[in-house]
Design a protein around this ligand. Structure first.
Ligand code: FAD
Length: 381
């Protein structure tokens, strides 16, 4: 009998994991809570009732964080899988080098169909709990709720977690915010610029989304002020833009209602838009010895295998600042090879030692815990 594997989530990671597991001859079931595959790339025009998206368990909470105009920030050459490229083909009529989200979704749809993964996906099936049977997780019980609301439980030899990590907003707590009368939103709930028309906006954070959204709303807003701890060298009005200013991080909101930045300037704003990233969140996992602490999921060997439960529990898609599709494909190939018995992992002790070395190296380099899964080139010695 082939070993059975449950995959949680049918986004890019879950789809390529399932493809690799099938190639290794394993029996795969992919659980997907929404009505379609594609995960993040299935643009959802809805937003959470709470613009800060504080409760991921709220009824109607939205998974996706894409905005309507989003185009990839990697060229299509880097958005495909090794033997199923995006380059050289057009999937939804958008041949641009940096295509819009519909093109990526159509690419993933074609991949799911042609790889035979689609027929393994159980849509509208939300995983509620993943628990080991036996201390080390030789087998796993997966409780899930289907479309009819009924909860069922199935047992698998292994589980691969691919539930995505661009859904639960991180919101910086600003001193004085509790008495502020303006609006607040996290980029998770940003879709289109219209609500920002004629507004004075403070955008907190200068990552890819922060820059993209700030530029987009500057076409309709009165003023856009970007606050970032990385903006030191370029404070003040941004050249070529009449209505964008750069500031250092927000210091506080004072009694006058103005937002004060740490370089000393202050503005009166109508809305604060947080582009401050997301938390890892696994509401269906409550495992002894596996935690999420300050966005460190750990301990995990090479960001994938929790030593105590390896190899039958694994995570694919956690690394940040990677070429995502290529890295999830490589992670998937490793997981599939280990689960089929073609590859072996080091002992639990050796994996734990490697995890400790990684944490120690981060400390020595002064990198904060929350960057544990940010892939950094090794410093040359
Ligand atoms: P997701 O795509 O989030 O998929 C997770 C899936 O799991 C979802 O379908 C969800 O419904 C399902 N799920 C969650 N919980 C459960 C459960 N309990 N039970 C069952 N199913 C569940 N990457 C790039 O490569 N290029 C880009 O240009 C790029 N731009 C981005 C822009 C934005 C604004 C964001 C937010 C992300 C961007 N990314 C980009 C990263 C992007 O998230 C990845 O490309 C990729 O989609 C991650 O895939 P995933 O499968 O890990 O997660």
């Amino acid at each position: 009998m082939p070993r059975t594997v449950a995959v949680v989530g049918a986004g890019a990671a879950g789809l390529v994991v399932a493809r690799e597991l099938l190639r290794e001859g394993l029996d795969v079931a992919v659980f997907e809570k929404s009505a379609r595959t594609g995960g993040t790339w299935a643009y959802d025009p809805r937003a959470d009732a709470d613009p800060l998206g504080r409760d991921p368990a709220a009824p109607g909470a939205v998974h996706g964080s894409l905005y309507a105009s989003l185009r990839t920030n990697l060229p299509r050459e880097l958005m495909g899988f090794s033997d199923f490229p995006m380059a050289g083909r057009v999937f939804a009529g958008d041949p641009r080098a940096f295509p819009g989200h519909r093109e990526v979704l159509a690419f993933l749809d074609a991949f799911a169909e042609e790889s035979g993964v689609l027929e393994r996906v159980r849509l509208r099936s939300e995983v509620l709990r993943v628990a080991p049977l036996g201390g080390q997780g030789e087998r796993w019980a997966v409780a899930w709720r289907g479309e009819d609301g009924e909860v069922a439980e199935d047992v698998f030899d292994a589980v691969v977690v691919c539930n995505g990590h661009w859904t639960v907003p991180q919101v910086a707590k600003i001193r004085g915010i509790d008495n502020w009368k303006g609006k607040q939103m996290h980029s998770h709930n940003y879709r289109v610029p219209d609500p920002f028309r004629d507004q004075n906006v403070v955008v907190v954070g200068m990552g890819a989304s922060g820059m993209d959204i700030a530029l987009e709303i500057s076409h309709v807003a009165k003023e856009v002020h970007i606050a970032s701890r990385y903006s030191e060298d370029r404070l003040g009005k941004v050249e070529l833009h009449n209505d964008i200013w750069m500031h250092r991080e927000v210091d506080c909101i004072q009694d006058d209602g103005k937002i004060h930045f740490s370089e000393g300037s202050a503005v009166a704003a109508d809305i604060i838009l947080y582009c401050t990233g997301y938390y890892y969140h696994f509401p269906f996992l409550d495992l002894d010895g596996l935690t999420v602490d300050d966005n460190r999921v750990g301990p995990l060997y090479k960001h994938i295998f929790p030593p105590k439960y390896a190899p039958n529990l694994s995570f694919v898609g956690l690394p940040m600042k990677t070429i995502v599709f290529q890295s999830v494909e490589l992670e998937s190939k490793w997981v599939a090879a280990v689960l089929s018995g073609r590859a072996t992992l080091p002992s639990e002790e050796d994996m734990m030692a490697a995890v400790r070395d990684h944490y120690l190296q981060m400390e020595e380099e002064g990198r904060p815990k929350r960057h544990t899964h940010v892939i950094m080139p090794k410093r040359s010695t």
